[in-house]
Design a protein around this ligand. Sequence first.
Ligand code: NAP
Length: 484
Amino acid sequence: MVSRVIPVEPFDLVIFGGTGDLARRKILPGLFRRYCAGQIPADSQIIGAARSEHDATEFRAIVAEAIREFGGGKACEDGTLDEFLQRIDYVTVDARGDTGWSELASKVRKDLINAFYFSVGPGLFGDLAERLHRYDMADDDSRIVVEKPFGRDLATAKALNASLAKHFDETQIYRIDHYLGKETVQNLMAVRFGNMLFEPLWNSQYIDHIQISVAETVGVGGRGGYYDKSGAMRDMVQNHLMQLLCLIAMEPPAKFDPDAVRDEKLKVIRALDPVEPHHIVRGQYGPSADDDGFRTHVGDPASKTESFVAMKIAISNWRWAGTPFYLRTGKKLKARTSEITVVFKDAPHSIFGAEAGRHNNELRIRLQPNEGMTLDVTIKEPGQGGMRLVDVPLDMSFAEALGPNVAEVPDAYERLIMDVIRGNQTLFMRGDEVEAAWAWTDPIIEGWQARGEVPKTYDSGSDGPTDAMAMIARDGRIWREIKL
Ligand code: NAP
């Protein structure tokens, strides 16, 4: 199977925060890999912009180091790095002052596609948007890319949207949720809407429940200060898990275009019931032999912030009434994995009798590691006398299915940046979606605060607090194991 790479139009991309962690770990190495793959035309230009004083040569050294550390790609040959670095420039710019803006404006070619990546804290988004206009760098076709966190509640998200809307139309704003750039997440739509097989069964008549688990093995690391003000609900559920939920639960859009898809996602968020307090478990990892525990990491011995959350969600619409969605995410769990499990109902009647055993189908969609899908199908246990039933997986690992070309599949950031240049907003969050997600999340967090709720402690390397198991067990169900 040969994967096709379609080059984008030549562009100028300015990365505000070009010296920062995200630019070094994801954006710049990702652009290099796309360059190696032949997707970026040679006359494109990538300009780093930050307060630190560097000239272009120094910044190229930073970029080269970042690529060495965080990865070129199989398609990158010797000599390509030097070629790529020739496309890189740098301007010292202060987002809050006037330093550097005229110089930057003189470098951005307005006759090409231009995009401005705001890889800086959200406190600078409004300043950058305003200066791009003041210095006449942006026109109606310019794009801006903004990173999470997009607000910390509905009020701050509205204020951010308003500060961008003063200078840019919604069609120019690309709010990144990198989960949407993952190959499997897009495959979820391909599987649902490209096959006849699944969609007729994709409703509460045939699906018992759906689980979405995003488990990390790392703790808060050096992000303790930020994380203590955020927590798993704001950092993971409001954005990444909510986006996965929307793609699983949405109605078929009329076509695969940005507004058709985002309209359907928005309807899902608006159909979410408020969550009852007994349908949520919050957790916080405690100290262990090799770790000082959450409270030490965030520097607050009385912190009530959650590093884990599990919840049961109901969607009040015709398709999903009666089918619960169980969401779970946390740090310091026993494996790093992101998985969606669609658990189908039992067959209505077993013709084989009780001794054959009862089994149901499960579709597992793995986002990481080893992106792929597995469908459990019930068959006869081979070699046994009589009829005993057993589940076997129909396994589609993308790495195996796509063969050697899988190395060329872009990672989430690469894919999304190329979509910005193509002007395709389908995999980016619209402002009203983000606000709707906060409108649903805010009362949950406010409830915790009002009740002074303290998260349950759980052990590092575990499945999370035992209360999370008890919550789903009350419904006669179990969490699927967190495993590689
Ligand atoms: P970071 O390492 O602290 O980098 C921030 C960047 O902003 C630096 O390049 C800094 O450069 C620049 N900057 C700060 N103040 C500035 C100003 N007044 N004018 C111009 N540039 C300024 O942060 P980061 O981790 O890269 O994160 C950037 C954004 O992405 C944040 O919104 C973060 O929440 C989000 N994000 C990050 C990650 C990640 O993995 N790192 C993941 C998801 C989202 P100077 O110090 O040289 O000015």
